[in-house]
Design a protein around this ligand. Structure first.
Ligand code: SF4
Length: 331
């Protein structure tokens, strides 16, 4: 069996936090990520989706080694990701790059575009100055930037062009995996599709894998080979995007999908309004963490945490009633 490019095994990240006013407060545990497991083969895309605060971005930081796991591990090409800052971590990190939400925040406004794209090659001591410049120019062309952008500054370019610079900085090291954390949500709607199409084209040409994080299920569907839905630090449903969006099995996925706007009156669907607010992450409900907002909850849901089980169609679902709920056709 081929070793997957990326494996997360029971990945967990807890934080100790103080709750309540001093001196009467107590120390509590915030379960940002709680036992997340997935595999990502080379050249494929896993979309991670969920509301803000569900643990998507912490999962990205764990995969990049920017925060250490409390429990579990990340394996890259079969090798456990070493502690950040070690020589082996730096070597592996060359294969894993990142693209974050805010391109201007990720770039140095005082440094010309070409120098910023060349910088990762200098850090990793790759090539001569002339070779680095040639590599940077070729990478700029691959992401749709022109040669005359080389000596310009990020603030002189549009939001879409700035995100292309960030992408070129990641690509210049020829990574095997790019972690994209909300890579298009800061861009105009008209530019979002261009950047998504570029990511898809680059994957087809270069065989890169993406861990694509977004709250936008429509965008996730366009880029992903598999989608994992997260709620309060856990994956609650995972499967192939078309079937997951057409027949969501978990009540939380059903609610997320029902909130996707649709222009067509023929496909218009009823919006599922979830009860109440999301629970406090430092005081999670017992049993299924979704039971306080779930319209299908039964007594068992309040006491027993549902495992992520493989269904007959290969999808993984964490719901006691996944076999018995009649999935709603919503897309
Ligand atoms: Fe709802 Fe129970 Fe399923 Fe949780 S386990 S999603 S509360 S039906």
């Amino acid at each position: 069996m081929t070793t997957p490019l990326l494996q997360a095994a029971e990945l967990t990240r807890h934080y100790s936090v103080r709750s309540g006013a001093w001196p009467f407060g107590r120390t509590a545990t915030l379960r940002a990520v709680d036992g997340v497991s997935f595999t990502l083969p080379a050249g494929r895309t896993l979309g991670l989706v969920g509301e803000s605060g569900c643990g998507k971005s912490t999962t990205a930081k764990l995969v990049l080694g920017l925060v250490p796991p409390t429990r579990g591990e990340v394996r890259v090409m079969g090798e456990t990701l070493p502690p950040a800052g070690t020589a082996r971590w730096r070597a592996l990190r060359r294969s894993i790059q990142m693209v974050f939400q805010d391109p201007l925040g990720a770039l140095d406004r005082r440094v010309p575009v070409g120098d910023q794209i060349t910088e990762p090659l200098i850090i990793h001591r790759i090539g001569t100055p002339a070779q680095r410049r040639d590599k940077a120019v070729a990478t700029m062309a691959a992401v749709g930037l022109k040669l005359d952008h080389f000596d310009r500054y990020p603030h002189e370019l549009s939001g879409g062009q700035r995100q292309r610079i960030v992408l070129a900085r990641a690509l210049v090291l020829e990574p095997k995996l790019i972690v994209c954390d909300e890579p298009i949500s800061a861009l105009d709607v008209s530019i979002q599709a261009q950047v998504v199409n570029l990511l898809v084209d680059l994957q087809a040409q270069l065989g890169i894998a993406y861990l694509f994080i977004s709250h936008d299920l429509r965008m996730i569907r366009q880029v992903s080979h598999e989608v994992a839905v997260m709620y309060l630090g856990r994956i609650v449903e995972q499967g192939e995007p078309d079937s997951l969006l057409a027949q969501p099995a978990h009540p939380y996925t059903q609610a997320l999908i029902s909130a996707i706007p649709t222009a067509s009156t023929r496909t218009r669907r009823g919006r599922i309004i979830l009860k109440g607010d999301p629970p406090n992450p430092i005081d999670l409900p017992s049993g299924c963490a979704f039971h306080t907002r779930c319209a299908f909850a039964v007594a068992r849901c309040r006491t027993e945490t549902p495992a992520l089980r493989v269904m007959a169609d290969g999808r993984r679902v964490a719901c006691h009633l996944a076999d018995t709920n009649s999935p709603r056709a919503v897309a």
